[in-house]
Design a protein around this ligand. Structure first.
Ligand code: HEM
Length: 289
């Protein structure tokens, strides 16, 4: 359902799109935005599944990833239509304009990941090689963000926000990888991660805006506390703190459930046949939020 939401929104906005001086450009922007949003959501599924203690979320990750590919493919197709199928011109633009080269490489990467996302391909490649290949999603995300940033002459808030959220997701992945426990991160670590990434977002934006406007980055940082405009750093902090709050609530529920005696468990003296059906893949069971 969610995969069709951008399409429904475009149909809903069709009158406004038709009135746009260049409707196709508007559609190119919309599909590009949605491809990036799906990509970020696909990357958020693992952290969310750990924080909400809901492993079922992992089942929708593949679909969301395919959604990112579908919107990226539509984005490229619209660009081709806009260029009136002049393949020579398209090839030349992709080769000579860095921004489009990055977009093209990202699209190739997304195509490879989508083509290898089936169960058959997981078996054929072997889980280790498959996982290694699919780590490329982080590199693809980075290329897409640069493609996005380069669209503007000046630093803009929306790509900065996307970069901040992407930074949080990479930070989360690195922390889980370093801990090597495969478990969810403690709440204090999520808090530290959110504060650090929000801080870095403020600093990076202040440096970039400072260089652009030829003013001290410290003055730009100070302006972030005027709250005339909500800077992307605040939104990244807000998103991080929401995750921390969710983690606290879910951890509390999980603790209560673990502490509560299971109905009938004390009387049962034979093994539970259902226990056999539980996967032994290290997925957490029964302590869902
Ligand atoms: C061959 C591949 C690609 C081409 C030729 C391409 C081309 C374009 C073009 C022409 C624009 C509009 C720029 C402007 O109006 O100045 C754009 C913007 C954008 N593209 Fe791509 N792109 C490609 C791949 C991708 C991929 C794979 C993604 C995401 C997964 C993506 C995400 C975006 C985003 C987020 C924007 C900005 C939209 C906005 O301003 O609201 N692009 N791209």
């Amino acid at each position: 359902m969610c995969l069709f939401a951008p399409l429904s929104k475009a149909i809903y906005d069709s009158d406004a799109i038709r009135l746009d001086p260049r409707p196709i450009t508007e559609l190119i922007h919309r599909t590009g935005d949605w491809a990036l949003i799906f990509l970020l959501v696909a990357l958020s599924v693992r952290p969310l599944s750990r924080i909400l203690r809901k492993n079922q979320l992992l089942d929708v990750r593949r679909m969301i990833g395919v959604g990112a590919f579908v919107y990226a493919a539509a984005h490229f197709s619209l660009y081709v239509v806009d260029q009136m199928f002049d393949w020579r011109e398209i090839a030349s633009e992709i080769v000579h304009r860095n921004r489009l080269t990055l977009g093209f490489v990202s699209l190739l990467g997304l195509t490879a990941l989508t083509a290898t996302s089936t169960n058959g391909m997981v078996r054929r490649l072997g889980i280790k090689r498959w996982q290694w290949l699919h780590q490329a999603i982080y590199l693809i995300g980075l290329l897409v963000l640069i493609h996005y940033f380069l669209r503007f002459k000046l630093i803009e808030s929306t790509p900065t926000l996307a970069a901040g959220l992407f930074g949080w997701l990479i930070g989360y992945r690195l922390l889980v990888w370093r801990r090597k426990t495969g478990n969810e991160l403690p709440t204090w670590m999520l808090l530290a991660l959110s504060g650090t990434i929000a801080g870095l977002t403020f600093i990076a934006e202040a440096i970039a805006l400072g260089i652009q406007a030829n003013v001290s980055p410290l003055r730009v940082l100070q302006a972030a506390f005027d709250f005339n405009v909500i800077r992307p750093g605040w939104l990244v902090l807000g998103a991080g703190l929401t995750v921390v709050a969710l983690d606290l609530v879910c951890a509390r529920f999980a603790k209560q459930r673990r502490a509560a005696p299971r109905v009938g468990s004390s009387e049962r003296s034979w093994p539970d046949p259902l226990a056999k059906r539980q996967p032994a893949s290290g997925r957490f069971q029964g302590d869902r939020c």
